[in-house]
Design a protein around this ligand. Structure first.
Ligand code: XMP
Ligand code: MG
Length: 184
């Protein structure tokens, strides 16, 4: 789906397909270089990171293994609660592994800080973060992702994996949702 297909629901396209792919290629080249001598496990956080994982992984030129974790922090609203539940845990053992957590968006950071604490107790050799999007103004806990795709303003965005009430994940762009859609 394109932003043009739902013009009345979108205020603005923040990132085009081309911008996203170009940046993913840059980050992938950096990751290839940084992990040239180690086996990498990339962990996608469901469901938002599905598109980033699929495209980012294919931009990489080295072998990686892929695993998935599902956590819930938002329900169907637009505010982070900081209350995180594991809906699906990893299949992999992290002992001795170099892990890169791939996230769609870093907003308040509450979800990721919880996740990093949780994963941090599993004996990995290293754990780093790649987030496609970051809202610097919204960050309430100190988190330093090693790789950031784009810094964006503190607005609710959808598309490229990100949903509002499970819709818009299949939008090719990252777009600002019209507040009327969520009654704002
Ligand atoms: P926090 O605030 O804990 O948020 O860093 C992390 C999770 O909240 C979701 N999130 C969003 N989802 N548009 C969305 O569709 C947004 O603007 C947005 N901000 C946060 C997302 O699942 C993220 O992993
Ligand atoms: Mg997410």
């Amino acid at each position: 789906m394109d932003a043009d297909n739902v013009p009345s629901e979108i205020v603005e396209t923040l990132l085009t397909e081309e911008q996203i792919q170009a940046r993913l290629a840059e980050v992938a080249a950096q990751v290839d270089a940084d992990y040239a001598t180690s086996d990498l496990l990339i962990v996608g956080v469901l469901k938002g990171a599905t598109m980033v994982m699929a495209d980012f992984a294919r931009h990489l030129r080295s072998h990686v293994t892929m695993d998935w974790m599902a956590v819930s922090s938002y329900g169907s609203g637009t505010q982070s609660s900081g209350v995180v539940r594991i809906l699906k845990d990893l299949d992999s053992d992290l002992v001795g592994r170099h892990v890169l957590v791939v996230e769609d968006i870093l907003d308040t950071g509450l979800t990721l800080s919880w996740l990093l604490r949780n994963l941090g107790s599993r004996g990995a050799a290293s754990i780093e973060v790649f987030t496609l999007l970051r809202k610097p103004e919204a960050l309430t806990v100190p988190i330093n992702p090693r790789y950031v795709g784009f810094d964006i303003p503190n607005v609710f965005v959808v598309g490229y994996g990100l949903d509002y009430d499970e819709r818009y994940r299949n939008l090719r762009q990252v777009a600002v949702l019209d507040p009327r859609v969520y009654g704002g």
